[in-house]
Design a protein around this ligand. Structure first.
Ligand SMILES: NC(=O)c1ccc[n+]([C@@H]2O[C@H](COP(=O)([O-])OP(=O)(O)OC[C@H]3O[C@@H](n4cnc5c(N)ncnc54)[C@H](OP(=O)(O)O)[C@@H]3O)[C@@H](O)[C@H]2O)c1
Length: 185
């Protein structure tokens, strides 16, 4: 797939490396902006309170499948239930929220895990298949929460994940599994 990642920091740069290794054609751009024309998928990995300004610097946005990985501390964006909804209003395509509950600092050790760690995600129906594929291609196991109305729930988890990160656990992987699933696997 041709993927344009908006944000080339820990998350954007890290996912770009993993997707390139999986065979995708990836372009990651920083705050100077860039062109998303021709992208099959657009991934948002910039500060959640800089969405409007950040996306204004990108040309060629228009209806692509979009995956929003950003987090925002504090209030939701004015006029929207979630940052993902704000992203969707700008790009205009089927949208997913994913990767916002995974720590970029440990992407590099994902492959050493005995089972793929989880990535909670929410997605419009037309964004689900692509999002699941890119979660798997980044080394994670997709855990579907529902449609984009679940994005506020995912974004609210920043309080839980950052509390755990700052506490005794530090950056962590997570997984949900049915009883007996791992033993059978
Ligand atoms: N770090 C994590 O573990 C983690 C996990 C889940 C979600 N997130 C979320 O993912 C997003 C990116 O986090 P990160 O850790 O990758 O941050 P980061 O390493 O600081 O990288 C931020 C990226 O966003 C760009 N940027 C910064 N301010 C911008 C602005 N005002 N307009 C447009 N672009 C801007 C930067 O551009 P330049 O390259 O030009 O400086 C950079 O490429 C944030 O929303 C964060 O909350 C982070």
């Amino acid at each position: 797939m041709r993927i344009t990642v908006i944000g080339r920091g820990h998350v954007g740069g890290g996912l770009a490396r993993r997707w390139k290794a999986a065979g995708h054609e990836v372009t990651a751009v920083g705050r100077d902006g860039g062109d998303a024309t021709g992208a099959d998928v657009v991934v948002i990995a910039i500060p959640g309170d800089s969405i409007a300004a950040g996306l204004a610097a990108i040309s060629g946005l228009g209806g692509q499948v979009t995956i929003d990985a950003s987090n925002k501390f504090g209030a939701r964006p004015p006029g929207y239930d979630s940052v993902a909804e704000q992203v969707k209003a700008i790009v205009g395509g089927p949208t997913a929220k994913a990767f916002n509950t995974n720590f970029a600092s440990i992407y590099d050790v994902v492959d050493a895990e005995p089972v793929p760690p989880g990535t909670l995600f929410a997605a419009d129906a037309d964004a689900r298949e692509v999002t699941e594929r890119l979660i798997r291609d980044a080394g994670f196991d997709p855990i579907h929460l529902g449609d984009l109305t679940k994005a506020p729930l995912l974004e609210s988890l920043i309080e839980l994940t950052s509390t755990l990160d700052r506490g005794e656990l530090g950056p962590f992987f997570y997984r949900f599994n049915r009883p007996g699933e791992l033993a059978a696997g």
